[in-house]
Design a binder for this molecule. Structure first.
Ligand code: PBG
Length: 339
């Protein structure tokens, strides 16, 4: 036992450790001093669901804490969000009446245009983004026009162009196409420009997976497809190179911001995209990610604030400039409590 003999005679030699990473972890002040990234409230986008009819906010059972609002409720909500420090919102609507084409999606007096006008009047400083898709407006629930059981690409893009113009006309700052049709960004850019909306930006849902994590959202939007699934247009989560191709197409077609979605299953894609593109990047922490965290919190197995800040922090670290999250208001509250 050579070790033991030595320690009995003289002290053990001090190990030479040139790197001691724990030095800068010793106190909260040191840790904050050297933290590499930060989630700022200005980067968060809060989704708003607009429903037809009258009455107050209606809870969404699968998304505790998130409500569906009527157009009349939108103005007070927008003022409230503005007061809370929220800087941008993403507006989702549903059809007043669904049809095969989803025509209510491009009605100038539809729920989204009305909500956008109400937000812009109530809180002009909020950046207003609108979701551009057909799935909440079509009777079959698919994101485009269906013929003989197939979702048509180019005909759907033409409809999406009309939707974007209706939203821009109501005052949306940014339109966010989420239908995953090829060429939708180019088509929307052309439609916006032709209608005099050169200033309206496009945030493209570029890498959007066919995902198990949209369940609660489809509940909220009543947009579950009546037949089949979305795998013939949304991306296969197994493919990262293809995700880069989606982003390259969207960038070339004139997208102003590229998005990945769901966020937590796309962190590698964010990191790759951060190296590859100079455009701002967004990530969508989707309804299923929200519901999953909420369920774990309700069971007492994780602590909400810590878990949410950790997930948002990881999304930011991976490369997101903007994060769309249903936790935006909670995050705002936590930031206020800190001060
Ligand atoms: C519309 C759309 C969806 C989401 C955003 N836009 C649903 C879908 O594609 O099925 C999902 C958002 C969420 O789950 O929070 N196409």
């Amino acid at each position: 036992m050579p070790g033991r003999r030595r320690s009995a005679s003289r002290p053990a030699p001090t190990p030479v450790l040139p790197v001691r990473l724990r030095r800068l972890r010793r106190t909260a002040n040191l840790r904050n001093w050297v933290a590499e990234t930060e989630v700022e409230l200005r980067r968060l986008v809060y989704p708003i669901f607009v429903r037809p009819g009258r009455g107050g906010p209606e809870p969404i059972p699968s998304m505790p804490g998130v409500d569906r609002h009527t157009v009349r409720d939108i103005a007070p909500l927008a003022r409230q969000l503005d007061k809370e420090g929220i800087r941008s919102v993403l507006v989702f609507g549903v059809a007043r009446a669904k049809d095969a084409e989803g025509s209510d999606a491009w009605a100038s007096d539809g729920l989204v245009p009305e909500a956008v006008r109400a937000i812009k009047r109530a809180a002009p400083g909020l950046v207003v983004v609108t979701d551009v898709c057909l799935c909440a407006y079509t009777s079959h629930g698919h994101c485009g026009v269906v013929r003989k059981g197939a979702v048509l690409n180019d005909a759907s893009c033409e409809r999406l162009g009309r939707v974007a113009v209706a939203h821009a006309h109501a005052g949306a700052d940014v339109v966010a196409p989420s239908a995953m049709m090829d060429g939708q960004v180019a088509r929307i850019r052309a439609a916006l420009d032709a209608a005099g909306h050169e200033e309206t930006a496009i945030l493209s849902y570029s890498s959007k997976h066919a995902s198990a994590f949209y369940g609660p959202f489809r509940d909220a939007e009543r947009s579950t497809p009546a037949f089949g699934d979305r795998r013939s247009y949304q991306m296969d989560f197994r493919n990262a190179r293809e995700a880069m191709r989606e982003m390259e197409c969207d960038a070339a077609e004139g997208a102003d911001i590229l998005m990945v979605k769901p966020a937590l299953t796309s962190l590698d894609l964010l990191a790759r995209a951060r190296k590859r593109f100079l455009l701002p990047l967004a990530a969508y922490q989707v309804s299923g990610e929200y519901a999953m965290l909420k369920a774990a919190v309700a069971r007492g197995v994780v602590e909400e604030r810590a878990a949410v800040e950790e997930t948002l922090g990881a999304i930011r670290r991976a490369g997101a400039d903007l994060i769309i999250t249903y936790f935006a208001r909670d995050f705002a509250r936590w930031s206020r409590e800190e001060r």
